[in-house]
Design a protein around this ligand. Sequence first.
Ligand code: F42
Length: 148
Amino acid sequence: MPLHGEYEPSPEQWVRDQVELYEHTGGREANTLRDTGLPVVIFTTRGKKSGKLRKIPLMRVEHDGAYAMVASQGGAPTHPVWYHNVKANPDAVTVQDGPEARDGHARELSGGERQIWWERAVAAYPPYGQYQARTEREIPVILWEPRG
Ligand code: F42
């Protein structure tokens, strides 16, 4: 079941454009981060306060049908807002990696499990390592897994 509710596009134009083109083409276009050639997927989350649907492109970090959501925000000092939305509504998170969005559950990783996924994340998108070096916070890694 896709999530239902009012969609509130990102205030960032480039993010909004990426989501729109990705969805419009079923992931055939706008499926990489700018000119890096590295793949992205689109997560949909529910706003913690507004309840509105918010769509977040993130780098594609996939393993055995599960996906990491890396709250890197380019190494900024604070977590992205979507991190708090996902923590508040962990069962209202879908991922689109191709033509269709899928339902799932999201949980923050810690310890050894986080370490395994962090290494997968850096392998998929090496700048994550530089982002971590740039900030004092530990970059959260959230695991999205399909339901059922
Ligand atoms: N961001 C990452 O952190 N990691 C990535 O790997 C990543 C890859 C990526 C690839 C392509 C691309 O186009 C973007 C990519 N981004 C990546 C950027 C990512 O998609 C997000 O845009 C970025 O992380 C910022 O997320 P954000 O949630 O902080 O976005 C801000 C700009 C935003 O949308 N702010 C809203 C606003 O209106 O100010 C927040 C709205 C919101 O969520 N409100 C909540 C609600 O209830 O609706 C309430 C918030 C509260 O006050 O509690």
